[in-house]
Design a protein around this ligand. Structure first.
Ligand code: UDP
Ligand code: UDP
Length: 459
């Protein structure tokens, strides 16, 4: 072996594999870029075809700016779900059902793989593949440590008692039943529920769980996990967040408008990449923003899957609203670069569904949040937002579609996040702690360096 190739084989080579959805793809690409900056050889595996246009556009731009990162398109066998389910979860199921085809594609990687970073939704089927390759599997978690504590306790024994109002998590404060994703409480198993049920038994088989979180933000939960209080034998949970963006500027059209607005004067409203509200709720939200008196930048979605989101702005909002608010707000339909928006000096508050990436991005920039969780893990994440001081959460607003929140309630809360100095100071402090964690010698930076060192192949 030449000296250069033996040197090369001393580098770790890590394969990363996210499930469908921008909320999964985004943190995986960010970690891939971070690893590459540590001179790790990186392969990103993506299930093809992707479900959303946002995913395929992002993958294309990512590899264009990171030519050193290896790309593996994994073609999945389509799956026709016998029962209706979330299209993203049907895509997860198709990926899992195709995963036996992966081993031959990665067993001859050069240099040989030294670890796999898997999405939790694929872990059960990735572990046997990694075992055959005699390499460790890590889960790269796309949700909060707090939601991990819920996952680790699924299925919930207490809740078979229909009177129970909480689930108990050893070592942690109880979690109200009203925060548990409804699909985990139904007797009929959604794909999400059955994926979770099988993942629970995989946790003990992975080498570690990488968290897009930081100790200050979720200290109680992280400490309880790593003391073995939540579950004996649980793998180490390794906070490496907030995972930094990789500098991809995409969909930047609201930025010139933002540049013209006074500091901290604009409230930014977005419910992530896959959450659409009812038309009545969209109208009430518009009127609430108008009534709040604050300037706004609102990213509006009419459909869960972007390729099916065809309604024009004036079909979702009245012309009189658009005319009335044109001097103080803009409404965008389409993809924006949220990272650029959250770090813009004109942005003073964020109304969010509390997808975990959105929460950690707001944390990184210390932007006060109005948590408006709607589905899945979002109420649990909203609890983290509230407890850390990053924002406020009106619990009574319920799950998506449960009730119509009126313009007055919305206006009131928007005013609080834009005007309350104490909230602003607390959020700003979260931002300082977040930047300390990922800065040089910060807690998250050290954890990542240790993980990489532990993966150096023994020459
Ligand atoms: N995002 C964005 N522009 C958009 C919508 C979303 O950049 O127009 C990004 C956002 O910054 C985050 C991700 O897409 O990184 C969405 O993930 P999150 O966990 O917040 O919510 P999800 O979309 O999974 O519900
Ligand atoms: N869901 C989720 N995370 C999300 C969005 C949805 O776990 O980011 C879940 C949601 O709780 C529901 C299912 O996926 O059980 C379908 O969501 P949707 O909003 O489409 O509800 P539906 O319109 O199917 O009732």
């Amino acid at each position: 072996m030449s000296s250069s190739s033996s040197r090369q084989s001393l580098q770790p080579h890590i394969a990363l594999f996210p499930t469908a959805g921008m909320g999964h793809l985004t943190p995986f690409l960010r970690v891939a870029a971070m690893l590459a900056s540590y001179n790790v050889t990186v392969t990103v595996i993506t299930a093809q075809p992707t479900l959303s246009a946002a995913e395929s556009d992002t993958i294309a731009s990512f590899f264009a700016i990171h030519p050193q990162i290896k790309r593996l398109d994994f073609h999945i066998v389509p799956y026709n779900s016998p029962t209706p389910d979330d299209p993203f979860f049907i895509h997860w199921e198709a990926t899992n059902r195709s995963l036996h085809l992966l081993h031959p594609l990665i067993s001859t990687s050069s240099p040989p793989l030294t670890a796999i970073f898997s999405d939790f939704g694929l872990a059960t089927n990735m572990i046997p593949i990694a075992d055959r390759l005699q390499i460790p599997t890590f889960i790269l978690l796309t949700t909060s440590a707090r939601f991990l504590s819920v996952m680790a306790n699924y299925p919930f024994p207490e809740l078979s008692d229909t009177d129970a109002n909480h689930i108990q998590i050893p070592g942690l404060t109880n979690i109200p039943k009203s925060s548990i994703p409804p699909q985990l409480l139904r007797p009929d198993k959604s794909i999400f529920a059955s994926t979770l049920a099988s993942t629970v038994s995989s946790f003990s088989k992975v080498k570690g769980i990488l968290l897009n979180s930081f100790e200050y933000f979720e200290s109680e939960t992280i400490i309880a996990f790593n003391n073995g209080q939540v579950q004996p034998g649980f793998p180490p949970v390794l906070p490496i967040g907030p995972i930094a963006p990789y500098g991809l500027v995409q969909g930047d059209h609201p930025l010139p408008w933002l540049n013209d607005q006074p500091a901290k004067s604009v409230v930014y409203i977005s419910f992530g990449s896959r959450t659409a509200m009812s038309k009545d709720q969209i109208r009430a939200l518009g009127d609430g923003l108008d009534r709040s008196g604050h300037r706004f930048l609102w990213v509006l979605k009419g459909n869960k899957v972007d390729k099916e989101d065809k309604e024009a702005l004036d079909e979702l909002l009245s012309n009189s609203f658009l005319e009335r608010t044109k001097n103080k707000g803009i409404v965008v339909k389409g993809w924006v670069s949220q990272e650029d928006i959250l770090q813009h000096p004109a942005v003073g508050g964020f109304v969010s569904h509390c997808g975990w990436n959105s929460v950690t991005e707001a944390a990184l920039h210390g932007v006060p949040m109005l948590a408006w969780p709607l589905n899945g893990d979002q109420r649990i994440n909203a609890g983290v937002v509230e407890k850390s001081g990053l924002g406020l959460w009106e619990r009574e607003w319920g799950w998506a579609g449960e009730k119509l929140i009126n313009e007055q309630e919305i206006a009131e809360k928007v005013k609080v996040i834009m005007e309350d100095e104490i909230l602003r100071a607390k959020a700003s402090n979260v931002g300082k702690e977040a930047r300390k964690a990922v800065g040089k010698d910060g807690g998250s930076e050290k954890v990542l360096a240790q993980v990489i060192n532990s993966l150096n192949p023994k020459g």
